[in-house]
Design a protein around this ligand. Structure first.
Ligand SMILES: N[C@@H](CCC(=O)N[C@@H](CS)C(=O)NCC(=O)O)C(=O)O
Length: 198
């Protein structure tokens, strides 16, 4: 049994997309960042870091976007969210997700200039390829998609500045699992654009 602690529109959206991609059954627990639901004693007892996403797998707690995405890709291989039979390609997925968590997500706190620089690096890393790793969609594309989805309006990233990222973003946005996630999170409630990306 999976219990998914998340907040609509936040980092946890990437994991929400992967849950829908895999079709894994899960119990949804939506938390409000504004109401500081992630800082309650009850939630801190589950995740002492007080952050979403938090996935509880049969009583075991898993945190961080990259960890949760990796789990879902490995636990539900039929969804094809990881390159198969290629260790170097799997390592590339880890490399992208580490870069996205430490180099792109954190840039938000340093302001728009740092975010622009981070996406310029992502653009160079993509180097005109369709997907972050190999020739098909994987969890690192979901991770990149969600950051661009959030940061483009929040940090005024102009159309045409990061063409490879934008192209990947548009193809991921069109996926049924992504549309389902956006519908579910919109119904739960969030407002975009925001002046402060979480
Ligand atoms: N490094 C973490 C970042 C997660 C994160 O920053 N989550 C934010 C929402 S985007 C959060 O839960 N904030 C709640 C809080 O600070 O109280 C990851 O990759 O999962």
């Amino acid at each position: 049994m999976l219990t998914f602690y998340h907040s609509p529109g936040s980092s946890s959206m990437a994991v929400h997309v992967a849950l829908h991609e895999t079709g894994a059954p899960f119990e949804s627990k939506a938390l409000s960042l504004q109401a500081k639901d992630t800082r309650t004693p009850g939630f801190l007892a589950i995740n002492p870091n007080g952050r979403v996403p938090t996935l509880v797998i049969d009583g075991r707690v898993l945190t961080e976007v990259a960890g949760c995405l990796w789990y879902l890709a490995r636990a539900y291989p039929a969804a094809n969210l990881l390159p198969a039979g290629d260790v170097a390609a799997e390592a590339e997925v880890v490399s992208w997700m580490s870069f996205l968590a430490s180099g792109v997500h954190t840039a938000s706190r340093q302001g728009p200039e740092a975010v622009h620089e981070a996406f310029a690096v992502a653009e160079k890393r993509l180097a005109g390829r369709a997907w972050t790793v190999g020739d098909r969609y994987s969890i690192s594309d979901i991770h990149l998609f969600r950051l661009y989805w959030r940061f483009k309006p929040a940090h005024h990233l102009p159309d045409g500045k990061f063409p490879a990222v934008e192209d990947l973003y548009a193809r991921v946005l069109a996926r049924p699992a992504v549309q389902k996630t956006i519908a579910a999170e919109t119904a739960a409630g969030y407002a975009l654009p925001t002046s402060r990306a979480p």
